[in-house]
Design a protein around this ligand. Structure first.
Ligand SMILES: Nc1ncnc2c1ncn2[C@@H]1O[C@H](COP(=O)(O)OP(=O)(O)OP(=O)(O)O)[C@@H](O)[C@H]1O
Ligand SMILES: [Mg+2]
Length: 138
């Protein structure tokens, strides 16, 4: 039913919960599962310093994502990892469409400190605009 699943992670507890559920589902459905993390870079310009900062952020993100890869592999779910740059919701929607995933799994909340909302803006935007079903894990 869900032959290819995209899991969006931002390092938050909520995204980690989504990742755990995704592993379970991928096992049950024998799905191919990939992980995406989007770097939302606040630094501007094209100086060497800017590129250095972005590379550093990418390296740190990759280390976190590697832990997910190890955990997924332990559960016999091989995953591919993609790091993108830009607006997180737009990047998730675009890659899901481009690679024809048939399910996106994400958390309700992310790393933001504005916790009064029930659901974060990235999840909300992906739910509204994705071209495939979206599972938001509470
Ligand atoms: N940069 C990102 N890359 C990949 N997935 C992300 C990213 N940001 C958020 N997500 C996904 O979206 C889910 C919800 O996070 P979201 O950013 O919508 O909430 P928030 O951080 O609490 O609020 P907001 O960002 O709107 O202030 C996360 O659990 C994660 O699955
Ligand atoms: Mg967020």
């Amino acid at each position: 039913m869900f032959s290819s699943i995209l899991v969006a992670v931002d390092g938050s507890e909520s995204a980690n919960k989504a990742f755990q559920r995704a592993i379970y589902l991928a096992q049950k459905c024998s799905s191919k599962m990939d992980l995406v993390h989007v770097i939302q870079c606040e630094v501007g310009g094209d100086s060497a310093n800017t590129f250095e900062i972005i590379d550093d952020v990418k390296d740190k993100a990759m280390k976190t994502l590697e832990k997910h890869r190890v955990e997924a592999a332990k559960n016999n779910v091989p995953i591919q990892i993609t790091i993108m740059q830009g607006d997180p919701a737009k990047a998730i929607i675009d890659i899901a469409k481009a690679k024809s995933y048939d399910l996106i799994i994400m958390g309700t909340r992310g790393r933001s400190s504005f916790q009064e909302l029930l659901i974060g803006s990235v999840s909300q935007k992906v739910m509204h605009h994705a071209s495939c079903p979206v599972m938001v894990v509470r």
